[in-house]
Ligand binder design. Structure first.
Ligand code: AGP
Length: 609
């Protein structure tokens, strides 16, 4: 995710901006830049790579005079990580510079309109439309131009705007992207993240969606979309800097789990327009679709498990055979893949060695490839014929959470898209799927809220066991695979997932007094069957923790403990069902004193075989 910072006051701005950007480094970025106003002119300096490079280029900011400025760290979304795509972006008349955190969803239409009007673009970014819109609407009043430009945008934004006609004021705007104003004495600040501000001021105000502010050394004026002033309370920050980097959360994993409603929303909402699913830069024509006789999903670890859940949705809705293959196996399997295969490659990092190798192997055999990736410009993205990005933002904890749920979100969109193209579901079912996918972010939030108080208590109950079983059927089984992986990778408890129907074929021999069994029961088609398995486990002394709908009395009455979920569409339920299981693993690991963000022996990105 991008980060932004702004300063206006009596000190030289550039060193403060660079320092703020360094504080934002932990979020991940691929390029950075600053713009400073001095002598009624804008100096913009931006560069691909580390902030150290930007520091070097500006002699730690000393070579860039001026007491008002804006800065940005970019996590590439639209357009590769290049100097041109780095922020700030300037208007054609050189009067404005803009930094932006978020995604402008309607940028293509706006870009076409601006090109038509004669504006020229220097980058591939969605952001650049903003600065040209502001120039277009400017009639001597920056505040008005920023309001009018913002009214044309759809998506999310935290904006910082400099104008050569206002030598000491920075204008900011917010919609669905964090923006914090920092109040000093004779100097004021803003940033996308408190981390960038706390060493300068602990007095902050939070801008809300649809609000704007003019930030000058004399003060901060907040106003709404009609220009009317808005009163804000000043808050005092008491966290230390290290906590602030994690947004006040104890661990990145916890922060990233809590970000899932926002991350899935950012992944889903730009892909649904007027009730139809579409993907920017990816479309299958009728002919092409007819020629595909199977889909192969390949990935590693959690991404593979996301594929297992995605397979169920695609097969149910599209009636196309889907196989899910571990990339480490597929690469050596002499696979039955040809030009009639659509290969879907899942990877958060886009740099997993086995995934890349499997992809190359399948491409060489003629497969068409669609990559579902979080990191723009990564190897998997570069190799693919089509890329669908998950807009999860950088994931820092080794254990993936929002990476998994955003991958599932894309797979569900893809399943619905293909079903629509193939006509394999009636229109009402298509509409119901779109509505169900749209509701995923809200349901994830509900799942978090419903279980936030109980999970630490459940974790205390289960944390001392040597092993845990996870059971489920169909979609529930797919989620249990990921739930068990989360538990073992961060808590080091041996956790295994079994298809519930397989218990009798061997595994039930291991069930003894006190053995914890996490029983997933959100798939109503098979609930009765799983309830029978719960009863069998209990008869042998197991402690059953059921994951089910909050009103599913049939399951609740059999369980020792319950993780309760809101009701949801079965085929898409894994995206919600997994969240309390991530949280359970997190709290168990915390009870056991594990190094949650950096579990032993694991790396965030497995770039070697
Ligand atoms: C999950 O928590 C793991 N860290 C791991 O299984 C991961 O999902 C796997 O290595 C694949 O990574 P990728 O999505 O970056 O390709």
């Amino acid at each position: 995710m991008c980060g932004i910072i702004g300063y206006t006051g009596t000190e030289q701005a550039a060193p403060i901006l660079l320092d703020g950007l360094r504080k934002l480094e932990y979020r991940g970025y691929d390029s950075a830049g600053i713009a400073v106003l001095y002598d009624n002119a804008l100096t913009v300096c931006k560069i691909t790579g580390r902030i150290a490079n930007l520091s070097e280029k500006t002699e730690d900011g000393k070579a860039t005079p001026g007491q008002v400025g804006i800065g940005h760290t970019r996590w590439a979304t639209h357009g590769a990580p290049t100097d041109e795509n780095a922020h700030p972006h300037k208007s054609n008349d050189g009067r404005f510079a803009v930094v932006h955190n978020g995604i402008i969803e309607n940028y293509q239409a706006l870009r076409a309109e601006l090109v038509e009007k004669g504006y020229t673009f220097e980058s591939e970014t969605d952001t650049e439309v903003v600065v040209h819109l502001i120039e277009m609407y400017y009639e001597g009043d920056v505040k008005n131009a920023v309001i009018r430009a913002s009214a044309r945008l759809r998506g999310s934004w935290a904006l910082g705007v400099l104008c050569t006609d206002c030598p000491d004021t920075v204008y900011v705007a917010r919609e669905a992207s964090p923006l914090i104003l920092g109040a000093g004495v004779g100097e004021n600040y803003f940033a996308s993240d408190i981390t960038a501000l706390v060493s300068y001021t602990r007095n902050v105000m939070y801008l809300d969606d649809g609000e704007f502010a003019a930030v000058s050394p004399a003060g901060i004026t907040i106003f709404d979309g009609t220009g009317r002033p808005v009163e804000k309370k000043l808050h005092r920050i008491t966290w230390d800097v290290a906590a602030a980097e994690k947004g006040g959360y104890e661990h990145f994993m916890l922060k990233e789990m809590m970000e899932q409603p926002r991350a899935t929303e950012a992944t889903i909402s730009p892909r649904i327009r007027d009730g139809e699913v579409f993907f920017e830069g990816f479309a299958l024509g009728e002919e092409e679709l007819r020629s595909i006789d199977k889909i192969v999903i390949t990935a590693c670890g959690s991404a593979y498990y996301a594929g297992c859940a995605g397979k169920i949705a695609i097969e149910r809705l599209c009636r196309i055979p889907v196989s899910v293959e571990l990339a480490s196996e597929l690469r050596y399997a002499d696979p039955l893949i040809d030009e009639h295969t659509l290969l879907v490659v899942l990877s958060q990092s886009g740099e997993t060695a086995d995934t890349i190798a499997a992809m190359k192997e399948c491409k060489a055999r003629g497969a068409r490839t669609v990559a579902v990736v979080n990191v723009v410009g990564s190897t998997v993205a570069a190799l693919a014929d089509h890329v669908i990005y998950t807009w999860a933002g950088p994931e820092i904890a080794v254990a993936t959470t929002k990476g998994y749920t955003t991958q599932l979100s894309v797979l569900y969109l893809l399943a619905t898209y293909l079903a629509g193209k193939k006509g394999s579901v009636p229109r009402e079912r298509y509409d119901a799927c779109v509505a169900a996918i749209r509701s995923i972010p809200k349901l994830i939030q509900e799942a978090i809220d419903l279980n936030a108080a109980a999970l630490p208590r459940l974790a205390r109950k289960y944390c001392d066991h040597a092993s845990m079983f996870y059971i489920g059927r169909n979609t529930d089984y797919a989620v249990s695979l990921e739930g068990a992986l989360k538990m073992k990778e961060i808590s080091y408890i041996h956790a295994e997932s079994y298809a519930a129907g397989e218990l009798k074929h061997g595994t039930i021999a291991l069930i003894e007094e006190g053995q914890p069994v996490v029983a997933l029961c959100c798939n109503e088609d098979v609930t009765e069957k799983t309830v029978s398995n719960i009863v069998e486990c209990k008869a042998r002394g197991a402690e059953v923790l059921a994951v089910t709908f909050r009103d599913n009395g049939r399951v609740i009455s059999q369980a020792d403990d319950v993780i309760a979920l809101p009701r949801m569409e079965t085929v898409f339920s894994p995206a919600v069902e997994i969240v309390p299981l991530q949280m359970l693993a997190y709290y168990v690991a915390r009870e056991r004193g594990c190094d949650i963000d950096k579990p032993k022996n694991l790396a965030k990105s497995v770039t070697v075989e």
